[in-house]
Write a protein that binds this ligand. Sequence first.
Ligand code: VGL
Ligand code: ZN
Length: 216
Amino acid sequence: MIDPHLIDPSSADTALIVVDVQNDFCPAGALAVANGDRVVPPINALSNLFSNIILTQDWHPSEHVSFADNQPGKSPFETIPLSYGNQTLRQTLWPAHCVQGTHGAEFHAELDCNRAQLVVRKGFRAEIDSYSAFYENDQSTATGLYGYLKDRGISKLVLAGLATDFCVAWSAIDAVRLGLDATVVLSACAAIDLEGSLQAQLKAMQQAGVRVVDAL
Ligand code: VGL
Ligand code: ZN
């Protein structure tokens, strides 16, 4: 439990960021996260408390660089070096997922989206992956979310959704780097947990100064 004075969900300077609660990350989806659909009821309950709600949506073209099918001889969950400008990063390869316009890319049918004010689509450039709601994986191409939050005077974020150890963690860490207050609600998240990635990212979030809590 956290100090209720720290996070007032109804405050105008605070927003709930609902990360990638899409069919492909739920059971039977192309990149199913164990218990991915179980985040929906707690997220809907959280949403009811917030004045500001923002959704993110992983939104890839079919020729996306992160899809193993687009890398000859490679299988899902292998990693490859990928050059972004003058830097080379390790890219995890995924099964094709969240392809623009497909059922898998749609939000879970029971996710309450009506009060959401903004949908941030990310990963729409074929040549760059995007885990964070703020920056593509080159860490420099902006999604525009930071400018939107600044314009609206929103400086405190509560994050929930899928997956804890990828898009939620990258978003929360970027938020803190940008000077925002970030709280991740674990009971409203589910993880991919690839080779210890959940523990590693929980640690990375704590080190970065993200507040990680079980519940609000
Ligand atoms: C995600 C892997 C690939 C996520 C998105 O939403 O965490 N993970 N694309
Ligand atoms: Zn993706």
